[in-house]
Design a protein around this ligand. Structure first.
Ligand code: AP5
Ligand code: MG
Length: 219
């Protein structure tokens, strides 16, 4: 399947993507994680992205679209993928449609995670991620690691993301409403959007998402 995951910062896209990708046997492609990997490796792309991310703004489309397309062209994504954080505006959504169309492909579903803003703020405030792999995500109370500050999955050091400060989170939410929410209407017009509540325990949300995706596949 080719799926886009959409939802505000802190909705649980990364958390859910890890389980959904495993269940569906497709790679989890997060543009945020790709940017963070580039930043920690000190690449030119990472240097270009950092100031935008620290300010809570979108990284320019020319940088982002190329990076996302390169990742989707990798052999593991041939049979499908789960996109997390891409597309993030209508220009990116149109570029994705065009790229898929050129290969005779299309998206199967857009999974929209709905969470109230006060919950999102609590989730982001307690989030800790792994320095070795930023797809390894924890929360100090909701999803606490067995040993404080240490990743359960790989033993890496846990830290708080630089863009998880109060001011930057406010900016990211603003950008989500103005730039990203319009893609939901864009995809609704194509009949692709499935909205679920992302409240509740992580495994309950995964079950809800799997159920919604199966229903969409057989619709
Ligand atoms: P990105 O990394 O994509 O960040 P985001 O969209 O702001 O989303 P987050 O990663 O903050 O939240 P999430 O929904 O993944 O939540 P998580 O699972 O971690 O992007 C960062 C930046 O990169 C952007 O601001 C931009 O600058 C740039 N960028 C990226 N893509 C771009 C693009 N396409 N174009 C341009 N720029 C781009 O969960 C959050 C917390 O909640 C965790 O602690 C988790 O443990 C906890 N949690 C999860 N689920 C539950 C639950 N059910 N109950 C309780 N707690 C839970
Ligand atoms: Mg994420």
């Amino acid at each position: 399947m080719r799926i886009v995951l959409v939802g505000p910062p802190g909705a649980g896209k990364g958390t859910q993507a890890a389980f959904l990708a495993k269940n569906l046997g497709i790679p989890h492609i997060s543009t945020g994680d790709l940017f963070r990997a580039n930043i920690s490796q000190g690449t030119d792309l990472g240097k270009q992205a950092k100031s935008y991310m620290d300010a809570g703004n979108l990284v320019p489309d020319e940088v982002t679209i190329g990076m996302a397309k390169d990742r989707m062209a990798q052999p593991d994504a041939e049979g499908g993928f789960l996109l997390d954080g891409f597309p993030r505006n209508v220009v990116q959504a149109e570029a994705l449609d065009e790229a898929l169309k050129a290969d005779g492909l299309k998206l199967d579903a857009v999974l929209d995670l709905e969470v109230p803003e006060d919950e999102v703020v609590k989730r982001i405030a307690g989030r800790r991620i792994c320095r070795t792999d930023s797809a390894h995500v924890f929360h100090v109370t909701y999803n606490a690691p067995k040993t404080e500050g240490v990743c359960d999955i790989c033993g890496g050091e846990l830290y708080q993301r630089g863009d998880d400060t109060e001011d930057t989170v406010r900016k990211r939410l603003e950008v989500y409403h103005s730039e990203t929410e319009p893609i939901i209407d864009f995809y609704r017009a194509q009949g692709l959007v499935v909205t679920i509540s992302a409240l509740g325990k992580v495994d309950e949300v995964t079950e809800r998402a799997m159920h919604a995706l199966k229903a969409e596949k057989t619709a």
